[in-house]
Write a protein that binds this ligand. Structure first.
Ligand SMILES: CC(C)(COP(=O)(O)OP(=O)(O)OC[C@H]1O[C@@H](n2cnc3c(N)ncnc32)[C@H](O)[C@@H]1OP(=O)(O)O)[C@@H](O)C(=O)NCCC(=O)NCCS
Length: 185
């Protein structure tokens, strides 16, 4: 029998696990912050009144694709910091999709977002490195990219720290021009 696929990752300071509906309250700081959400689709109109709706959408991605955003938990005190994980895009129109519906046009993306209180401590780098290793090892993706708006300097710095390299600029269906950063294996 094959070993069960890992949906939990431990790093020096962090625990990354599949989100739980109970994460919704902790996620409020991130999902209702217009600055943090600016480059990742903006604040959803339901985010403040029904944060579980947002977490349910993260879980749907896991159900559809066998991957999605991990909740990033600080091991020291159990604090929910943000979400880092793998999203799937259809490269024909750069829309969200599933592997099943996009087939050969599906492109997995390593994406990251932390509540702003936790920026500047290296947590996103630590989480992204671990998820990248997981994605290449456990999901055997051929190519992993990050889509970053040219004005999102913090995100670009993170991509550089991770050794990713900038390539073409594409137009995201709902969010303007983004540079495709390619991750090393
Ligand atoms: C993009 C984002 C995740 C980057 O967060 P970040 O905190 O800058 O990135 P890291 O967690 O890797 O932290 C790196 C910073 O922590 C500092 N740092 C402190 N302690 C550190 C440690 N132990 N290890 C590594 N870096 C450390 C680094 O020097 C660096 O500082 P700098 O920003 O002054 O260069 C964050 O800005 C965010 O969530 N933005 C909103 C969502 C978003 O735009 N997502 C991306 C869409 S493409």
């Amino acid at each position: 029998m094959p070993a069960p696929e890992r949906e939990m990752i431990e790093t020096e300071r962090l625990l990354l696990r599949k989100p739980l509906l109970e994460d919704a309250r902790s996620a409020l700081d991130l999902i209702t912050d217009p600055v943090a959400m600016e480059h990742i689709g903006g604040v959803h109109p339901q985010a403040a009144s029904d944060p579980e709706f947002v977490v349910r959408r993260w879980l749907e991605r896991w159900d559809d694709n066998g991957c999605g955003p991990f909740s990033v938990i600080r091991r020291e005190d159990g604090r929910w910091l943000g979400r880092v994980g793998v999203l799937v895009w259809d490269v024909r129109a750069w829309t969200h999709t599933t592997f099943a519906s996009a087939g050969e046009f599906a492109q997995p993306e390593l994406g990251w977002a932390l509540a702003s209180e936790h920026w500047g401590r290296g947590y996103a780098t630590e989480a992204a490195l671990a998820v990248r290793e997981w994605a290449y090892a456990e999901r055997a993706f051929e190519r992993l990219v990050s889509l970053i708006a040219p004005v999102n300097v913090r995100s670009q710095r993170l991509a550089e720290r991770l050794g990713a390299t900038p390539g073409e600029t594409i137009e995201l269906f709902d969010n303007g021009p983004h540079v495709v950063w390619e991750h090393p294996r």
